[in-house]
Design a protein around this ligand. Structure first.
Ligand code: COA
Length: 323
């Protein structure tokens, strides 16, 4: 038997307001046709009054706990991945902790932008297996709408708000064929800050700043890095692409999803796609897509699932697990 972190439940949350491409075309010089053809995005959700990264995170967490059949008091560790915290400090994880009514557990945020959920899950997995606790709540939650330049058509059409969560529990599982996280691989290369960043922050400008991106350059790096890290993580787990049942990728652009699947020789039907409905929700996109495919019955217990993401930094990573 081997101690592994097993996903017991997933949950997600979206803001009330849905914005379609036609509505964006009234704000900037764009069209439904351009956005669908270049990105696959048709709608995204935008947080309104009373909605924030932590309200969405708390709602997603409640759904995940319910699926897991656990109470908030069972949580030993909360890791929240976000680039859009409610406050510069304290960590949004502690706001979620209070909203869930947990008085004492480990709680902190990780910042790895769109790869945040992969980073958070890997840290949680290592902490659980290292004995820091038995049960973890791992969340990806964002309100990118609040850091978009709504006059910049090259970025504002691409992103949306939302949250996804997973409850992980350390369990002894069979070494061969057992459930849980089998391997994770993370990377970062800080030389690419200029290709995808926010042009502000507490210690530089004293402002929050807006998202800036050189889309074509990011696209090129994404396809290469994602295909490479997926191969790497499968190697570590002693598996090959033909073993995979599902890929749950970061949802940035339908063309990146297609190109990566092609590069790995995967059937596009094995790739979970939500970018059409949610757009790019940064750290929330992988857990949102995972929850979608679990709840609609595609991902079943025992399936081999690969999660992957790449984001600002650059940071990128992949994780292979038996659901
Ligand atoms: N509506 C209409 N036209 C637009 C537009 C919009 N929303 N945004 C850009 N354009 C224009 C450009 O100005 C350019 O016009 P020009 O040829 O007159 O200069 C033209 O469309 C082509 O722009 P380009 O940037 O070459 O398009 P693209 O095919 O590379 O698609 C992205 C742009 C952003 C969709 C694409 O590069 C992408 O998805 N990149 C990766 C982004 C990503 O993954 N980011 C997050 C990682 S976490």
């Amino acid at each position: 038997m081997t101690l592994r972190s097993v996903i017991l439940g997933t949950g997600s949350a979206l803001p009330r307001r849905r914005v379609d491409n036609a509505e964006l075309a009234t704000m900037v010089d764009t069209s439904d046709e351009w956005i669908v053809e270049r990105t696959g995005i048709r709608t995204r959700y935008v947080a309104g009054e009373g909605e924030s990264t932590t309200t969405l995170a708390a709602e997603a967490s409640r759904h995940a706990l319910e699926m897991a059949g656990l109470q908030a008091a069972d949580i030993d560790l909360i890791i929240l991945a976000t680039a859009t915290p409610d406050q510069t400090f304290p960590a949004s994880a502690t706001t979620v902790q209070a909203a869930l009514g947990i008085n004492d557990c480990i709680a902190f945020d990780v910042a790895a932008v769109c790869s945040g959920f992969l980073y958070a899950m890997t840290v949680a997995d290592n902490m659980l297996r290292g004995g820091a606790g038995k049960t973890a709540l791992v969340i990806g939650a964002e309100t990118f709408s609040r850091i978009l330049d709504w006059e910049d058509r090259t970025t504002c059409v691409l992103f949306g708000d939302g949250a996804g969560a997973a409850v992980l529990r350390a369990e002894e599982t069979p070494a061969e064929g057992g459930r849980g996280i089998l391997a994770s691989k993370l990377h970062a290369d800080g030389r690419h800050n200029g290709l995808l960043h926010v042009d502000g922050g507490p210690s530089s400008t004293g402002t929050v700043g807006k998202v800036r991106m050189k889309g074509q350059d990011v696209f090129r790096h994404a396809v290469v890095n994602l295909a490479q890290v997926m191969k790497e993580v499968l190697d570590v787990a002693g598996l090959s692409t033909s073993d995979i049942d599902w890929v749950v990728p970061h949802q940035a652009n339908a063309r990146i999803l297609d190109a990566t699947a092609r590069k790995l020789g995967l059937d596009p039907a094995q790739v979970v796609v939500t970018v059409d409905r949610h757009a790019n929700t940064s750290a929330a996109s992988v857990p949102l897509a995972l929850d979608t495919a679990v709840r609609d019955g595609r991902i079943k217990q025992g399936d081999l699932v690969v999660l992957e993401a790449m984001g600002g930094g650059f940071t990128w990573g992949a994780c292979v697990l038996r659901y």
